[in-house]
Design a protein around this ligand. Structure first.
Ligand SMILES: Nc1ncnc2c1ncn2[C@@H]1O[C@H](COP(=O)(O)OP(=O)(O)OP(=O)(O)O)[C@@H](O)[C@H]1O
Length: 247
């Protein structure tokens, strides 16, 4: 579905994304993980047109979308969410979601009806008439997902939708993401909450210092020495293994 080849982005002397190759099949949930500053959000921004790559290509459903504008990429069916949610204050939750629905629906009534359908899917039905600015952090995260979902994406890229949520809020969001997958939307998520990565994703890629260093089933990656070192520092895999042997 999504083919990323040799994708590269530099910020001055820093290579934030360094020759990344990634092939995402249609269906299911995949995760992109890695330590802070690894380049995950930059990779999302390159894929969805918010940054122009310095090299490499992005193909989606057989079309070359490299360097296209975000709006055109969204129209092609690939939409991202943002870590920092900025709802349109002074507008209701329903109106905020309808903004996404207008991507394909010119008619106001149809867009508002679509917003109601999407609000049900993300568990915001009871807050449709509230001012979006009054939502809690967890509510805003759901609103961000809803706005993206209202564009009818084929591939939804979720950037840390669980950041800032407490454990019970995280537990509540996991089935929402599964339900979106069950609607036929393919999902790629950036997530630091490992419990969620383990529960949700079929496969994961690990990014470190702009490079992909591992890929596979999330449980296998958790014991991969290269992944442990990326998160905890050089030599940690060996020290952990010795510790386990002595225990
Ligand atoms: N617009 C920018 N200008 C300059 N440097 C940037 C810019 N955006 C990101 N960077 C740098 O690129 C690197 C990768 O950042 P990025 O936000 O993609 O990482 P990340 O893996 O998403 O991190 P986190 O998990 O903390 O969100 C970092 O060193 C960051 O400081």
């Amino acid at each position: 579905m999504l083919e990323v080849a040799n994708l590269t982005k530099r910020f001055g002397g820093l290579v934030a994304v360094d020759g990344v190759n990634l092939s995402l099949p249609e269906g299911g949930i995949s995760a992109l993980i890695g330590p802070n500053g690894a380049g995950k959000t930059t990779l999302f921004a390159l894929i969805t047109g918010f940054h122009r790559p310095d090299g490499g290509s992005v193909r989606f459903l057989g079309r070359d979308l490299t360097g296209e504008k975000p709006f055109r990429i969204a129209r092609a069916g690939m939409v991202r969410t943002f870590q920092i949610v900025q709802p349109f204050a002074g507008q209701t939750v329903r109106e905020n979601i309808a903004v996404g629905a207008h991507m394909h629906l010119a008619d106001r009534a149809e867009a508002l009806a679509k917003a109601e359908d999407v609000a049900r899917a993300v568990g915001l039905s009871d807050r449709l008439d509230r001012d979006a600015a009054d939502l809690t952090v967890a509510g805003r995260k759901r609103l961000e997902v809803a706005r993206a979902l209202a564009t009818d994406p084929k591939l939804l890229l979720l950037d840390e939708v669980m950041a800032g949520l407490n454990p019970s809020e995280i537990r509540d969001v996991i089935p929402v993401i599964r339900a979106i997958r069950d609607r036929g939307v393919t999902i790629l998520l950036i997530e630091h909450v490992m419990q969620a990565v383990m529960e949700l994703s079929d496969q994961a890629w690990v990014l470190n210092q702009g490079r992909l260093i591992a890929a596979g089933a999330p449980r296998a990656l958790a014991s991969d020495p290269a992944v442990i070192e990326a998160y905890l520092g050089h030599g940690m895999a060996e020290r952990l293994a010795k510790g386990a042997a002595h225990a």
